[in-house]
Write a protein that binds this ligand. Structure first.
Ligand code: COA
Length: 268
């Protein structure tokens, strides 16, 4: 496979941004702090998503962390010291990286290579797919600091794994291994550490070949399932489904099927 490698047009202090064909990999690059999310990382993460939102050449985004120890070990705890309630509220709401991922109009995959804790777990939860290495571990250990998850942990985790398991993780703060995370539905798959990048890229590339229009509609529709009642969700699904019929990609997809060839989608 020929790969075009390009770095970002902007430069980031805490992130590495690499485009590989239609996939963009964003790597949180603070290994000496186990890739903990400080204010700068959150701000840069939201900014890189702004950069990628309308970039036609990018179909899928992958988040990961530098090194083999941590995906993201949570919020940068050093920044908590001395912070007031109002400042902390501003940090979480001013420009939420997690919400930016959640509402990003293209699929986002978390490639989880180690500790995935606190805000790291919340970032993974905001992604559309979570692929974990066998050596990854997961937890919402905020309770040990006298606080609770504040980046969606109580909401997205509960929707994903159910109230019982979410409550257990959040009240005990205990760390679970990748296989347990898989068994409770927290991650989509667990792969050997040596295969993590290859498997993730394989899945990301496969998704990136699909129609960007259909991917966007699909993401929006699936997310409605946990955010609306069934009648409203079904109604909006029909609207989003019908909207696909206004795209050139739908014409191309149907034509290619009938002509027994691979479709070439343009995102139009
Ligand atoms: N915030 C800030 N710094 C962090 C951090 C975090 N969430 N997690 C790790 N670090 C820093 C450590 O303070 C240490 O810095 P130092 O070298 O300047 O002392 C460095 O990263 C390495 O951490 P260390 O604990 O020595 O690594 P480890 O491999 O033995 O353990 C963890 C890794 C992730 C288990 C452990 O660091 C940890 O429990 N971190 C906090 C996790 C957490 O509570 N997250 C939720 C925050 S709300």
């Amino acid at each position: 496979m020929s790969q075009s490698l390009e770095s970002s047009s902007q430069s980031y202090e805490t992130l590495l941004v690499e485009r590989r064909e239609r996939v963009c990999i964003i790597t949180i690059n603070r290994p000496e702090k186990r890739n903990a999310l400080n204010i700068k990382t959150r701000e840069e993460g939201a900014r890189v998503l702004d950069e990628l939102r309308d970039e036609e050449g990018v179909g899928v985004v992958v988040f990961t962390g530098t090194g083999d120890k941590a995906f993201i070990a949570g919020a940068d705890i050093a920044e908590f010291a001395g912070r007031t309630a109002l400042t902390q509220r501003d940090v979480m709401t001013a420009r939420s990286l997690f919400n930016a991922i959640d509402t990003f109009p293209k699929p986002v995959i978390a490639m989880i290579n180690g500790y995935c804790l606190g805000g790291g777990c919340e970032l993974a939860l905001a992604c559309d797919l979570r692929i974990a290495s066998e050596t990854a571990s997961f937890g919402q250990p905020e309770i040990n600091l006298g606080i609770i998850p504040g980046g969606g942990g109580t909401q997205r985790l509960t929707r994903l794994v159910g109230e019982g398991k979410a409550m257990e993780m959040i009240l005990t703060g205990e760390i679970i291994n990748a296989h347990t995370a898989y068994n409770i539905g927290l991650v989509n798959m667990v792969v050997p550490a040596a295969d993590l990048e290859a498997r993730t890229m394989e899945i990301a590339n496969r998704i990136a070949e699909k129609s960007p229009v259909a991917l966007r509609m699909a993401k929006e529709a699936v997310k409605l399932a946990s955010r609306s009642n069934l009648d409203e969700g079904l109604r909006r699904e029909v609207d989003l489904f019908a909207l696909c019929f206004s795209s050139e990609d739908k014409d191309e997809g149907v034509k290619a099927f009938l002509e027994k060839r691979k479709p070439v989608f343009k995102g139009k």
